[in-house]
Design a protein around this ligand. Structure first.
Ligand code: TRP
Length: 339
């Protein structure tokens, strides 16, 4: 089915399961803001708290992380007037549609999900049922808006394929053209931010070493120190991207520089090729601090007014429900629920 029948609509979500890192900013938030401002799409952004509790979350910390994530969205440029910005649990249709999708998705499909295998680890018997069913809730997040485009990291590709499979099976089983087949909008390699200690690992809020990541709440001195101490190799920077092939740490720092300056890695290397890291790292630190400080100070300003954040979230949820209520009602009708 052609998606032209559906209005262009972007949906994406971030779990409020820990502090925000540079990876969240360059890989997601910055792009969310661009998509909002380009004006080709209606944009809907969600703090997926129901997903977060598929692994244990301390309740007070979860509340704090949800509000901090909301502040992070806004400080990064997501405008709660232009976009719909809310937390998942305030829009009950997500969970309601997820239940229907639990009856559409097959055990075999979910069994193949690599994120489940990674997160469950060796002790699968002890993983929550919610962790197993995580992808059908994610499909519901997207399809309860009839979203056509979903910007996500590479690691979410498999979940998006499952979303397409669920939509297609639902449409087929019930003989309807109701759910769109959503397009993934996968980030370019240049915005996949890697650990500052190991260029082959993704920058992560759960890494044991705080030196491996830049947190959105780090102050200028901390950001500069972390970049100065970032692992590198002893060689000078190459003038062309091919020269980064076997140098993951060098590539990561160049990618970060490129993402901050809205340049391609090629353009950056044309400028800095031949420089030693001792010269390049301070340039990168200055750039990173100049871009991140306004965001982190705006975040802490917003965090001082919890009432304001909560108001924004509940207003966002109200706007979201204008879309989700009729789509759930129609779904129930298709499935055969008496209303
Ligand atoms: N699973 C996503 C992640 O961990 C978060 C997420 C939940 C999401 N629902 C979504 C992303 C819907 C995009 C669309 O990154």
């Amino acid at each position: 089915m052609a998606n032209t029948a559906f209005q262009p609509r972007v949906f994406s979500g971030i779990q409020p399961s820990g502090g925000l890192t540079l990876g969240n900013y360059l890989g997601a938030l910055k792009r969310f803001t661009t998509m909002q401002n380009e004006g080709n799409f209606e944009t809907i952004y969600c703090m997926v708290d129901l997903h977060a509790i598929t692994v244990w979350q301390d309740p007070e910390t979860l509340k704090r992380n949800t509000r901090e994530l909301c502040a992070g969205f806004i400080a990064s440029g997501v405008d709660p007037e232009k976009s719909i910005l809310f937390n998942q649990s305030q829009v009950p249709e997500h969970a309601q549609l997820a239940w229907v999708f639990n009856t559409v998705a097959r055990m075999g499909w979910l069994n193949r999900m690599t994120q489940f295998k990674d997160k469950a680890g060796k002790n699968r018997e002890n993983a929550s049922v919610g962790l197993f069913a995580y992808p059908s809730l994610m499909a519901a997040d997207i399809l309860i808006y009839h979203a056509t485009h979903v910007p996500v990291g590479d690691d979410q590709k498999q979940h998006l394929e499952l979303t397409r499979d669920i939509a297609a099976k639902f449409n087929h089983d019930y003989g309807v053209d109701f759910f769109p087949i959503t397009e993934p909008v996968i980030e370019g390699a240049a915005t996949r931010v890697m650990s500052l200690r190991d260029g082959s690992k993704k920058m992560s809020k759960s890494d044991a070493s705080d030196m491996s990541r830049i947190n959105m709440t780090d102050d200028a001195d901390t950001i500069a120190a972390k970049l100065r101490k970032a692992r590198t190799d002893p060689d000078a920077l190459p003038s062309e991207v091919a020269g980064l092939a076997e140098r993951p740490e060098a590539r990561n720092l160049i990618n970060i520089y490129a993402a901050f300056s809205d340049m391609t890695p090629e353009q950056v290397l044309a400028d800095v090729g031949g420089k030693q890291f001792s010269e390049f790292k301070p340039m990168l630190a200055e750039l990173a601090v100049s871009k991140l400080s306004p965001i982190s100070s705006e975040m802490s300003r917003l965090m001082q007014d919890q009432g304001e954040i909560d108001k924004i979230l509940s207003r966002g949820a109200e706007r979201a429900r204008e879309i989700t209520e009729p789509i759930l009602a129609k779904t129930y009708d298709i499935v055969g629920m008496v209303r």
